[in-house]
Design a protein around this ligand. Structure first.
Ligand code: IVH
Length: 671
């Protein structure tokens, strides 16, 4: 039976009111903000189409939120409004059309676009330039007085103008802004909480709300919140007439305003194109935004357009697709990695997150599962942002019915059946079998990847095919493959086989550090591999290095040196290296022949920018002629090689009487 609009409206009212209560009164939401927005928006549209369905208790008739009982209440000077949403370009065009019908046809509109900060809305009141009160939005008319808490925020001006030479402050000014956490601060805060055995916050927004709505401002002060301001709610005196001027005016008074992230347009299509430049740009910010706000620039027109429900007609929020969803965690599957580590993966009731159906999401590792207390059967929040693999943010513990089961590591490897092992002191569990087919596939994938041997065209699918058909059992087998063997595989034609063989051949001459990193020794990535090769220019030499000798290299600890020695002590690994050598993989670094000994025994310190050489080139030139370079000046320094804008090293050199030369001087030494 299909629902009538009246039924659906009633259902939505009840649902929305329930979620408002969960969020604002219990501070324990059971759905994500985006899911809430969608319910809310559905009701707004339904009521717009059927105005007879609007009831006085509809959540659209008030601003969501109810003040916390224990914080003092304040009556706002003017209703703290919210925004209508747009989810597509057409929604933005429709918004323009709707307001166009209410305006004289002769009006040309211009617009301001601002980030939509995903934080907590607040109103800041200043009397004669002094900050006297700050309040949360609450229900839009009555908010919570959080003045002492706001005073702990350093970018909040306690007096305006902050700069005595700035424009004079009006007698009364109520500014609207947003309180949020920088992502880096949020991560640090959660790290500290986990360390202290406290549950981490689910997202920066909840954390900001928690930090601000504290009875004790000291707790707020311990959690460094940020503030950004974007509009004037109310005030006396000579105030700006446009939104664009308002932003600059507020900035001039000393409020934190992100003018650089705002834009001014008079063409709607250009504006729409601009909105999409933020798909990428938003990821470069150290705070979360959940959309962009488009505002009619002329504040008189804005006021004339009026308000529907709680939303001013003259502005609209262009929301990015939702990135968080709730769904059921049905089961857990285990992935086996190259080192044998088993990682848990959530099997989900399929859910669409920002336009993509997600059926699986990573649970990272068993530590994470324990820390977040995620259980099978839980309703969980799933997040997917940009290119990142979807992951489970955490459970909605309030929705548990008691049937949920803890997630435990399996007793046996799901691929090869070997008994699982655990290193003492580690939470991770391992498949100990180096021949486990999944471990082999992962190791080969790693070996051929971009940072390692970089064999172009050799993706996971082909690696799996090669392993499954038994054509390769280890990475060295790659170097003995023939075109005929490739042609036996499904989906291979002559051209593709030739290309892959050429890519394999090209990898034979990768520099030694790459080869070393590709082996996957624990702790030996690109940088450590470079360091090793600078001391041991051939695989042969490195294989004979003792742990003591390795540990003497600056930057190598006992763990990595131990892992290297253990790797080369293993006969299977030695055999693999032999096989790689036979397969034509280069195992020596190109040692540059010493050009001369003209600089032998001399130590140089570089400072500033040289006219024709980079620092690296200068280093290399000095080393090629037998000299050394060092980072700091001492009495032992032979010369300071100074370029443009030298630093304090030159002062130090002069103090110690170390001779000073420039690039020409260095060249003269070589002549
Ligand atoms: S303007 C009358 N501008 O988004 C204007 N709001 O969903 C009403 N928000 O409650 C708000 N950034 O807390 C405006 N640049 C911005 C904003 C912004 C974030 C928040 C604000 C509001 C919510 C609406």
């Amino acid at each position: 039976m299909t629902k009538t609009p009246a039924d659906r409206a009633a259902e939505l009212r009840e649902l929305i009111n329930f979620h408002i209560y969960r969020y604002h009164v219990l501070a324990a939401p059971v759905i994500t903000d985006s899911e809430y927005d969608e319910l809310y928006w559905e009701l707004v549209q339904l009521e717009e189409e059927h105005p007879e369905l609007v009831t006085p208790d509809s959540p659209t008739m008030r601003v969501a939120g109810q003040a916390r009982d224990d914080l003092p209440k304040v009556q706002h000077a003017a209703t703290v409004l919210s925004l209508q949403n747009a989810f597509s370009d057409d929604d933005v065009r429709a918004w323009r059309e709707r307001i166009g019908k209410l305006l004289p046809t002769t009006v040309d509109l211009d617009y301001v676009v601002e980030p939509k900060f995903d934080g907590l809305s607040i109103a800041l009141t200043y009397e004669n330039g002094v900050f006297v009160q700050g309040a949360t939005r609450g229900d839009g008319d009555i908010g919570e007085d959080v003045t002492p808490n706001l005073r702990t925020i350093r970018h909040l001006p306690l007096r305006i103008p902050a700069d005595p030479d700035g424009p004079p402050a009006p007698p009364r000014l109520v500014v609207r802004g947003e309180i949020y956490f920088e992502l880096s601060t949020f991560e640090e805060l959660n790290r500290q909480r986990i360390e202290a055995g406290e549950p981490p916050f689910v997202n920066p927004r909840n954390a900001a709300s928690g930090a601000l709505r504290q009875l004790n401002p000291r707790i707020t002060a311990e959690r460094p919140l940020s503030l950004t301001c974007y509009t004037i709610l109310d005030g006396d005196g000579d105030l700006p007439q446009t939104q664009w001027d308002t932003l600059h005016y507020l900035q001039g008074l000393g409020f934190p305003v992100m003018v650089d992230l705002c834009a001014h347009y008079d063409d709607l299509e250009e504006l729409i194109a601009y909105l999409h430049t933020w798909d990428k740009r938003r990821k470069t910010l150290d705070f979360e935004i959940d959309g962009l706000v488009i505002k009619v620039n002329d504040l008189r027109i804005m006021a004339d357009l009026g308000v529907v429900g709680k939303d001013p007609r003259g502005s609209v929020a262009f929301k990015f697709p939702a990135e968080e969803r709730t769904t059921r965690l049905l089961d857990v599957a285990f992935n086996v990695g190259r080192t044998g580590v088993l990682t848990p993966n959530a099997v989900l009731d399929p859910v669409v997150v920002s336009g993509v159906t997600v059926k699986q999401a990573t649970l990272h590792n068993f530590d994470y599962v324990a820390e977040k207390d995620i259980r099978i059967g839980d309703t969980v929040i799933v997040k997917r942002s940009g290119e990142v693999i979807p992951y489970v943010v955490g459970p909605v513990a309030d929705l548990r019915d008691g049937s949920e089961q803890p997630i435990r590591p399996p007793a046996a490897c799901p691929v090869c059946g070997s008994s699982i092992t655990q290193q003492p002191g580690e939470v991770a569990v391992y498949c100990p079998n180096p021949a486990c087919p999944e471990r082999v596939v992962r190791a080969i994938e790693y070996f051929v990847s971009q940072g390692a041997m970089d064999i172009e065209g050799m993706g996971e699918r082909i690696v799996r095919q090669l392993v499954a058909t038994g054509l390769i059992r280890d990475v060295a087998d790659l170097y003995f493959l023939t075109a005929d063997q490739f042609l036996e595989l499904e989906g291979f034609a002559q051209k593709k086989a030739e290309n892959l063989l050429a890519a394999i051949d090209a990898s034979r001459s990768r520099p030694l550090p790459r080869v070393l990193a590709a082996l996957g020794i624990k702790g030996v990535g690109g940088t450590i591999a470079e360091l090793l090769v600078s001391h041991y220019p051939s695989m042969e030499q490195l294989m004979q290095a003792s742990q003591d000798a390795l540990q003497n290299i600056e930057g190598l600890g006992p763990q990595i040196s131990g892992a290297i020695v253990a790797f080369f002590a293993d006969t299977a690994n030695r055999a693999l290296i032999d096989k790689l050598k036979q397969g034509g993989v280069k195992m020596d670094a190109e040692v540059k022949a010493r050009a001369s000994d003209k600089l032998a025994g001399l130590t140089f310190v570089l400072t500033g920018t040289l006219p024709t050489m980079t620092r690296g080139q200068a280093d290399e030139l000095i080393e090629q002629h037998g000299g050394k370079t060092s980072g700091s000046v001492s009495k032992k320094t032979s010369y300071v090689l100074a370029g443009e804008a030298p630093g304090s090293k030159l002062d130090k050199a002069r103090e110690l009487g170390v001779p000073e030369i420039d690039e020409d001087g260095l060249k003269a030494l070589l002549d």
